[in-house]
Design a protein around this ligand. Structure first.
Ligand code: CP
Length: 310
């Protein structure tokens, strides 16, 4: 991808290893700066617009916090019901309108491909905050930053991705980034929630070692890191199928006691019951540290796409 200035952030496959190095360096810089002072002036005069057509806590608030920590302003569409979307306005017209007010747009929408549609409707940068069961590239970037911080490296890692690999847009984006570092991956899910075949085939085509299994203990014992995900109830058209698979893969205190070695546990959150609260005090339970890293990574991304840092 090279220089991020003016670019849309739509898919995990758009980044090179060098892009990841640059992003980690810049996010790490902002992490250190925020320890010294509460806010910076780098994006003073710039405006971020957040358009969320689906619920969010972390992605929207961390983007808004990141922009404000950089001295920029934020405007938000608010809920779908309180905007003109409720009157039937299209995504394209909403984006065209908001482009008249803002310098960068962050969009989350339930439809696969919607972020690209939004990006094609405006000359200003659009950042994909989740398009249906498609991609969530900024979550993947903060996951990579967290893995680098927690494990000290991105090379030669064995990582288990667990849960709803079919519908989980965070894992769809993360595997694209992990493929740059030739990690060995375990895909752990019930049969109904397997990673889409085209994604697995594409990764294998890049030479990645992938093991598909339903045995989470075997995978965790072989891994440096376990990335848990929620079963995405909102993506099921048949709720009886959801009832059949929910709660099939759970990490709790008993599971940790049976592990052969210490591991790191990440989760994009929100969790339902796949990581029980008795796991939270475990030193390797890094999911709330992961949440915090989202602010530093999104500060770096905003500063880069707005051309204020290389
Ligand atoms: N990880 C994540 O996307 O969380 P939110 O749905 O709360 O934004």
């Amino acid at each position: 991808m090279g220089n991020f200035k003016g670019k849309d952030i739509l898919h995990g496959n758009q980044f090179s290893k060098k892009d990841i190095d640059t992003l980690i360096k810049n996010a790490s810089y902002f992490e250190k700066e925020l320890k010294k002072k509460k806010s910076l002036n780098l994006l003073k005069g710039k405006i971020l617009a957040t358009l969320f057509f689906e619920p969010s806590t972390r992605t929207r608030l961390s983007f808004e916090a990141a922009m404000q920590r950089l001295g920029g302003g934020v405007i938000s569409m608010g809920s779908v019901e309180s905007s003109s979307v409720a009157k039937g306005e299209t995504l394209v017209d909403t984006v065209r309108t908001v482009s008249q007010y803002a310098d960068v747009i962050v969009v989350r929408h339930p439809r696969l491909g919607s972020a690209k549609e939004a990006a094609d409707a405006t000359p200003i940068p659009v950042i994909n905050a989740g398009d249906g069961a498609g991609q969530h590239p900024t979550q993947a970037l903060l996951d990579i930053y967290t893995i680098h911080k927690e494990l000290g490296s991105l090379k030669n890692l064995t990582i288990s991705l667990v849960g709803d690999l079919k519908n989980g847009r965070t894992v769809h984006a993360l595997v694209e980034l992990l493929s740059l570092f030739q990690s060995k991956l375990y895909f752990v899910s019930p049969g109904l929630l397997r990673m889409p075949e085209e994604i697995t085939a594409n990764l294998k085509g890049k030479g990645m070692k992938i093991v598909e299994t339903e045995d989470m203990m075997e995978a965790a014992d072989a891994s440096d890191l376990v990335y848990m995900t929620r079963v995405q109830k909102e993506r099921f058209s048949d709720l009886s199928e959801y009832e059949r698979v929910k709660g099939s893969l759970i990490i709790d205190g008993e599971f940790l006691k049976r592990l052969k070695k210490k591991i790191t546990i990440l989760h994009p959150l929100p969790r339902v019951d796949e990581i029980r609260p008795d796991v939270d005090p475990y030193p390797g339970a890094a999911y709330f540290r992961q949440v915090r890293n989202g602010v530093f990574v999104r500060m770096a991304l905003l500063a880069m796409v707005l051309g204020r840092i290389p």
